[in-house]
Design a protein around this ligand. Structure first.
Ligand code: MD6
Ligand code: FE
Length: 207
């Protein structure tokens, strides 16, 4: 389990094929209940290239008018988010080692052209809690920078089944997804292939 930097832990292939397929089916059910939507940037209203949804008590979204935030309801259906599958709670207990359960699981879906700019996850009131990331499907080139946007970043691949934890001193490091890599061995698990090439889940404690 390489510690990339203090508090940043990468667990390659933490989920085996069987666990990936089972998780993918649960996430397909989440998407069926809470359809993917496109968040827009605060102020400019520019659409993000990833599509997203959530499960858990709270979900992350953004729009031009009100910016980045967590909401208890889906922005288009108005329904509460689907419950977080028990499998995710179990993974949180194994990997995040935090006394309280996660309140939000953001599901980000990438097609081959989607990316995510360098950012900090700072919309949570509880910044002491780690963030746990799980990836399914195509590899991506992930960048992990420092505390400031201009700090030197390291780049590495995140592959299907990988877990990444940003905790403690790494919790506020800048990070992003440069690009989706050409698929060599691992297409999206079948249950998710209809939605995109890569799916990333981030589990967060919010309040
Ligand atoms: C992604 N991940 O892998 C985007 N955030 O698609 C994140 O933004 C992220 O991987 C916080 C902690 C871990 C992450
Ligand atoms: Fe993030």
């Amino acid at each position: 389990m390489p510690e990339l930097a203090p508090g940043a832990f990468h667990y390659p292939a933490f989920l085996d094929q069987c666990a990936q397929a089972a998780l993918a089916e649960e996430i397909a059910d989440v998407i069926a209940a809470a359809p993917l939507y496109v968040s827009t940037m605060p102020k400019t209203g520019a659409p993000m290239s990833v599509r997203m949804t959530n499960c858990g008590a709270l979900g992350w979204l953004s729009d031009k008018e009100r910016g980045y935030r967590y909401e208890a309801h889906h922005p288009t259906t108005g329904d509460p988010w689907p419950a977080m599958p028990p499998r995710l709670l179990k993974l949180w207990n194994e990997l995040a080692q935090y006394a309280k359960p996660p309140e939000a699981c953001l599901v980000n879906v990438y097609d081959e052209k989607a990316r995510m700019g360098l950012h900090q996850d700072r919309d949570e009131a509880d910044l002491a809690a780690p963030i746990l990331s799980l990836s399914l499907g195509a590899d991506c080139r992930f960048k992990l920078g420092g505390a400031r946007r201009g700090d030197r970043a390291i780049a590495f691949a995140l592959s299907s089944g990988d877990a990444l934890v940003l905790s403690g001193p790494a919790r506020m490091r800048y990070h992003g997804v440069d690009r989706i890599l050409p698929t060599v061995g691992a297409p999206a698990p079948p249950a998710l292939a209809a939605f995109g090439a890569r799916v990333n889940l981030t589990l967060r404690r919010v309040t």
